[in-house]
Design a protein. Structure first.
Length: 83
C-alpha cells in the first residue's frame, strides 16, 4: 500500500475549509414561543407555561403544540415515576 491509500483508509483528508453550522436557531424558536405567550395570555410559572417551554416536540414523541389542543388537557398523558 502506498502512503495516499493509508491516509484515505485512516480518514486523514486534506483540509477543505470550515463548513457553516446549520443547526436550529434558538432565537427564532424563542420568539415564536414568546408570541404564543402573548396571544394566549400565558403567565410564567403556570402549567401552560411549562408545557410550552419544556415539552418535547411532536417529532420526538412529545405532545402537540400548545395552540393545537385545549389547555384543560395539559395533565393528561403524563407518566410519572412508579412509587
Amino acid at each position: 500500500m502506498d502512503l495516499d491509500e493509508l491516509r484515505r483508509l485512516a480518514g486523514i483528508n486534506t483540509f477543505k475549509g470550515l463548513t457553516p453550522y446549520e443547526g436550529s436557531n434558538i432565537s427564532v424558536t424563542g420568539n415564536e414561543k414568546g408570541q404564543l405567550m402573548k396571544e394566549k395570555n400565558i403567565q410564567p410559572g403556570t402549567p401552560e407555561w411549562f408545557q410550552l417551554w419544556f415539552s418535547l416536540p411532536k417529532f420526538m414523541g412529545g405532545e402537540p403544540a400548545i395552540g393545537h389542543r385545549p389547555i384543560a388537557s395539559v395533565g393528561s398523558g403524563f407518566r410519572g415515576r412508579k412509587k
